[in-house]
Design a protein around this ligand. Structure first.
Ligand SMILES: [Zn+2]
Length: 149
């Protein structure tokens, strides 16, 4: 298991908004489960962007929090086309000149788990991984905290 720390509102867009590409300056050989951690920093300039609005960004949603793990995803592939100036089919979330970490099977947590982030990607402690698995196993429905969108 590995984890990435993502600024809000981008972390929320992964957890709830169908953002299936994580844009990073570096590639990774890792494939497998990936925790989505909302870092302590906020990209304020992006909160009103059309892309973020399309993701249903809602500051009152529990997963709009800072400093917590908010979702579990699967890292399936890393697209290198954009860093070579080539086109790709990674969709509207993909940025130029970046490695596109492609995510699948994103599962938002029923509630955030407070955790410290590190430099991407980082290895979550076993206790955190256990907590995530326990929470997802007991979650009847992932979207019970959907507050009026
Ligand atoms: Zn791509």
């Amino acid at each position: 298991m590995q984890a990435i720390s993502v600024r809000q509102p981008w972390a929320f867009a992964i957890a709830r908004g169908g953002k299936t590409v994580y844009n990073h300056a570096l590639p990774t050989a890792y494939r497998g489960p990936l925790l989505i951690h909302a870092s302590m920093r906020v990209d304020l300039a992006s909160c009103d962007s059309p892309l973020i609005r399309s993701a249903g960004w809602d500051p009152s949603d529990p997963l709009a929090t800072l400093g917590a793990v908010i979702a579990l995803a699967e890292l399936t592939d890393v697209c290198t086309a954009a860093v070579h100036g080539e086109r790709c089919d990674c969709g509207p979330w993909a940025e130029p000149q970046r490695y596109h970490w492609r995510l699948a099977d994103v599962r938002p947590l029923p509630r955030p788990i407070v955790a410290l982030g590190r430099v991407d990607p980082w290895i979550p402690p076993p206790s955190l991984v256990s907590e995530v698995h326990a929470m997802l196993a007991t979650a009847a429905k992932p979207a019970t905290l959907d507050a009026g969108r």
